[in-house]
Design a protein around this ligand. Sequence first.
Ligand code: PFF
Ligand code: NA
Length: 452
Amino acid sequence: MTREKPKNLWLSRWGFILAATGSAVGLGNIWKFPYITGQYGGGAFVLMYLACILAIGIPVMMTEIAIGRRGRGSPIDAIGRAVRENGSSPLWKGVGGMAMTAGFLILCFYVVVAGWAFAYTLKMLDGSLAGGSVDALAQVFEAHNANALQLGGWSLLVALLTLWIVARGVQAGIERAVRWMMPGLAIMLLILVGYAFTSGGFDQGFAFLFSFDTSKLTGEALLAALGHAFFTLSLASGAILTYGSYIPDGQSIARTTFMVAIADTAVALLAGLAIFPIIFANGMDPTAGPGLIFMSLPLAFQQMPFGTLFGVLFFAMVSIAALTSAISMIEATVAYLNEKHGISRLKAAMGAGAVLLVISLLAMLSFNLMAGWAPLGKNFFDWLDYLTSRWMMPLGGIFIVVFAGYALRSDIMRDELGLPPLGYALWLFMVRYVCPVLITMVFLHALGWLGF
Ligand code: PFF
Ligand code: NA
C-alpha cells in the first residue's frame, strides 16, 4: 500500500509546533485551569492534572498525530484510510465524527468566553472597570452579559475572525496567524509573570498551587482533572489529529508532542502563578468560579501600580490565546467538508459558521433570557462544557487508544511513530493498558459504580 499523499503541509518545520501550541494554549490554561484549581482546592488538583497529562494526554496526543499523518486527512477520512489499509471495521470512522463534533461544540461556548476577553481588553482601557468593589465588578460582568448586543457582538467578532483565518487555508491562514501570535503571546506572558512576582502575594499563590492536601484527592476532582487534561491539550476533538495530518514525513512525532505538552503545561502553571498572587495580595476569593479572571482580576489590577496597562496586556493576551485555539476547533470540520465533499474552504467555513452562530447564540442566552433553563442545575452553556470535557473527550480518548493499540496492525503505528524499540514498547503499553484502564475507572466512578 502506498502512503497517502498530503494535500496540505505546514510550510516550515515550526508550523505544526506553533499551530498545535496555539491550539493547546488557550482559555483552558488562563481561564479554566485557574478557576477549577481554585474550586478543587489547589495543589492536590494540580498533581492529578499533571499525572493525567503524563499518563494519558501525551500518549493520546502521539496517537492522534500518528493517525492524522498516516491517513493524511480530517478525522473521519484519516481513520477511514487507516481502516482500509488495515482491513478493519469502517465503524471506527464514527470516532472521528465524534471528535469533530466535540471540537465544534466546544467552539460554540468558547466564542462566548473569548468574547468576554476581547470585551474586557477594551473595558480595561476605557475605564468602565474603574473604582468599586468585587460586587461592582460582578455587576459590570452581569450587565455585559445581560446586554445581548454587547455579548453577541463580541462573540460574533471572535467567530468571524476565526472563520476568516481558517477560510484562508492552512498555510496562508492558520500558519501565518500563529507565526506572529505565538511569540507575542510568550512575551506577554513573561512580562505578566514578572509583574505578578512584584505583587507581593507570590508565596501565597505558589503555596496554593503546589502545596498539597490529601483530603482534596477526591474522585470528583480526578474526573475534572482528566477532562481538563483532554481539553487543555485539545485532544479527542479533531484539532490535533487534523493539524497532525499536515506534518511532513520524517518529523518526530514524539518530540513535537513533548514540546507542545510541556509548553501547554508551562503556560497553565505560569498563568496560575501570575493570577493567584494577584488574587491573594488583594485579599480575594480563589474559588470564585468562571468569573474569576473577569471579576476579581480587574479589581486587583486597579489596586496595583500601572494596573491599567498590565490589565490591558493581560486581556489582550487571553484574547490572542483564545483565537489561536478557536481556529483549531473548526479546522477539522472545514477540512472534512473541503477534502471529502470538495466544498471550498471559504464556503465550508461559512456553512459551519452558520451552525456555529445558532448554537453559540443559545450558549449566550444562558447568561440572560435562558438563564432559568437549567436542567439538572446546568444551563445550556454549562451543558456544552460538561458534555464535551467530561464525556465526549475522555470517551473519544478511549476509542482512539483502543483503535491504535488493538485494532490497527502494529506495523502501521510503529512505522508512523518512528520510535526506537523501547519507546515504541512504552507507547504500546500506555495505549493498550494504562490509558483505557485509567479512563474507564474514572468513568465508572463518575457513574457511581466505583467508589474512591
Ligand atoms: N486546548 C484549548 C484550551 O486549553 O483552551 C481548548 C481546545 C482547543 C479544546 C481545541 C479542543 C480543541 F479542539
Ligand atoms: Na490548553
